[in-house]
Design a binder for this molecule. Structure first.
Ligand code: 6R9
Length: 652
């Protein structure tokens, strides 16, 4: 396990030092000569300046088929968000066609296959042809603007072709992470009403094959709206092909490599992406065409100081998550960049994979979730400080050679792109360890006191993180449920977007994220709602009640702990089997990463007299932080706590 850091000492990643960079805008009217602090204060104090700023940015970032007449029409009190009204554009043309005059032969995609050393380079010209062929095929199959298609595919060129092909003809894509079970996939296909599903015969990850087509077959059995399943070839293994199944590449090859990019309204949904919330049903967040593309391209450029034509951007996220959408596909390609498609895992064939890949491909940027590095850090025994701080030091020292910038970026599926990050910064301003620090241009984070509902204005302070001003990249709705959208994000603190995270602000005003304040947990960077897992467990006939929490885990960041009360009369002899059955149920209903690491059978849960489960107490028990359990006298039955502690200790 010591191998990885020792290798790293020898590595010389060509990551550019950013301290000399200027973050000033060029050609942006009166904003051109302002540095970060000046620009932020002018945008914060003057709404018309903000409007003017986003107008110039909108005009500058994208190619418009018809110019917009209204910059924004937002009212956060009523969850109304709209940008660049009257404008028409096409996301696929902005990511491909507009670069062809100058970048036709530049590499757009580098596909880093599962087996190291098999990288494939795809130019903008090739990307254009492949996207057009698939778009033509989708049109032939009867898809039209306004429809939705579900993509259940591994990270690789075909999924990018399909995303951009959908965008080209005005079809909203909904990429479902290829680790989700058939049931979870079916629920998403049904919710979004997809007529078309695109998948892959098999995926290859970490040396193992994953049966994607078979999972789709199981899912579409309960999805009568699906008329066509396109199957892309990755391994070429023979997979069952039914009457609605069509091989993707074979049929696309016969289609035209020229397919017009349709002019779409700015607010036309570009994609729907499902994410977990604090209730059981995943939310399909809807992102727009214009605002999303403006924001992801701008943040990609400024947060990472990306220089097209020179830099190779290595975001190792799976395309099935928002990070993959914004910083593998849309941001880098809108900027005419070269972007990495990483098919493998951080630990295959060994834990040095990221760094070996970075060196072999000459990446200038690497963007990843720190969980895995945290694990190595702990194996190295560098414990003793708060986790985030350690991870930062680790990167800084081993990866950054002690002098390269590390950008801790905070954002969410809902925010579309990075909202808080050390860059852009006032020139020469330091980057502090382990905090995202500064809001992006035009954003105004505020801390709210959950008890009083009032803004916390002093510093240093802690509170619930909200955003006061709208920005173009924010989600527009939850697919099919705008009421839920308004209630989830815009009702707790009227007039503000509520993130669901807690944050602290230091004396200098820099922000640090303290974690979720709702029932969402983060397992190896995958977002999960505890209620989703509870629903899966509760569906078992032997289960009476469950409570699921997240607890700190040295490899996964957080892991799932399920407390389970069985129905009366369940034989104690069945406990071993039940434990297996319950884990299996979570795997089948959601995904392998959602399976509880710990599952404790208990006779009672700590509840208030009104019947509310005190999750705070369960979290303390899971973390064995018994001293801070606090006052339990308000519980309906305080003796439950002692019993749970004993059970937990025995279970270890
Ligand atoms: C992009 C993405 C969002 C949740 C978010 C927060 C956590 C994201 C973070 C961070 C601490 C950071 N999160 N960035 N926590 N520091 N820099 O991850 O989107 O999957 O929707 O997750 O992730 O809790 O609310 P998503």
């Amino acid at each position: 396990m010591l191998r990885c850091p020792l290798q790293l000492v020898r590595l010389r990643l060509p990551v550019r030092q950013l301290s000399d960079l200027t973050t000033k805008f060029t050609g942006l009217g009166s904003f051109s000569n302002l540095n970060y602090d000046q620009l932020q204060s002018s945008l914060r104090t003057d709404s018309s300046q903000c409007e003017q700023f986003w107008k110039l940015i909108g005009e500058q970032q994208l190619n418009w088929m018809q110019p917009f007449h209204t910059v924004s029409d937002c009212d956060l009190k009523s969850a109304k968000i709209a940008w660049y009204l009257g404008g028409k554009l096409n996301a696929s043309a902005n990511c491909i066609d507009r670069h062809l005059a100058t970048r036709a032969d530049q590499t757009a995609l580098i596909w880093e296959q599962d087996e190291p050393g098999n990288q494939v380079y795809i130019t903008y010209k090739q990307l254009h042809a492949e996207v057009c062929r698939i778009a033509s095929l989708l049109l032939q199959s009867g898809l039209q603007a306004g429809d939705t298609a579900v993509l259940y595919m591994p990270t690789g060129p075909p999924v990018v072709y399909c995303m951009l092909a959908c965008a080209r003809i005005g079809v909203a894509h909904s990429v479902v992470f290829a680790g989700f079970s058939a049931e979870a996939l079916a629920a998403r296909i049904q919710d979004v009403g997809a007529k078309v599903v695109i998948t892959t015969d098999q995926a290859i990850r970490g040396g193992k094959t994953v049966e994607l087509k078979r999972t789709v077959d199981a899912a579409v059995k309960s999805c009568p709206m699906v008329e066509r399943v396109f199957v892309s070839t990755r391994t070429g293994a023979s997979v069952p092909m039914g009457s609605i199944d069509v091989p993707l590449e074979k049929n696309a090859a016969a289609c035209s490599a020229d397919c017009a990019a349709e002019p779409m309204d700015s607010e036309q949904p570009l994609f729907v992406l499902y994410t977990s919330g604090s209730t059981g049903k995943p939310k399909g967040l809807v992102h727009s065409t214009a605002g999303y593309l403006v924001y992801t391209s701008l943040t990609h450029q400024h947060v990472f100081d990306y220089r097209p034509g020179q830099d190779i951007f290595g975001c190792v996220a799976d395309v099935g998550w928002i990070t993959g959408h914004s910083y593998v596909v849309y941001g880098p390609l809108a900027n005419g960049g070269t972007t990495l498609l990483f098919e493998s895992t951080p630990a295959y064939p060994d834990v040095g994979r990221y760094w070996e890949t970075a060196e072999r491909l000459g990446l200038t940027h690497i963007y990843l979730s720190p969980t895995y590095d945290l694990s190595r850090l702990r194996v190295l025994g560098c414990v003793g400080e708060p986790l985030n701080h350690e991870a930062w030091e680790w990167y800084h020292r081993w990866v950054g050679g002690g002098h390269r910038d590390i950008a801790d970026t905070w954002w969410q599926t809902e925010t579309g792109g990075v909202c808080i990050a050390p860059r852009p910064s006032a020139e020469g301003a330091p980057i502090l360890p382990a905090m995202p620090m500064r809001p992006f241009y035009g954003l105004e984070p505020v801390l709210m006191d959950p008890a009083t509902g009032a803004e916390v204005t002093e510093s240093p302070a802690e509170g619930h993180l909200c955003m006061r001003r709208p920005w173009p990249g924010m989600a527009r709705s939850i697919w099919g449920d705008h009421k839920r959208f308004a209630e989830t994000y815009y009702s707790q603190f009227p007039g503000l977007y509520f993130t669901g995270d807690g944050a602290s602000r230091d004396a200098q005003g820099f922000l640090h994220i303290t974690g979720r304040v709702d029932d969402v947990i983060n397992v190896t960077g995958h977002r999960l709602g505890t209620a989703e897992i509870e629903d899966a467990l509760d569906s078992h006939p032997a289960v009476s009640e469950t409570a699921v929490i997240g607890y700190p885990h040295k490899l996964k960041g957080e892991a799932v702990y399920a407390f389970v009360i069985l129905k009366d009369g369940v034989s104690i002899d069945r406990l071993g089997d039940l434990r297996r059955e319950l884990k299996r149920r979570v795997r089948d209903r959601i995904a392998a990463y959602a399976v509880p690491e710990k599952l404790l059978f208990t006779d009672g849960l700590p509840k208030t007299r009104s019947g509310k489960i005190m999750r705070r107490i369960l979290k303390r028990i899971a973390a064995e932080d018994y001293d801070s359990i606090g006052d339990i006298s308000t519980l309906a039955d305080p003796s439950v706590v002692e019993a749970l502690k004993q059970h937990h200790d025995l279970y270890q």
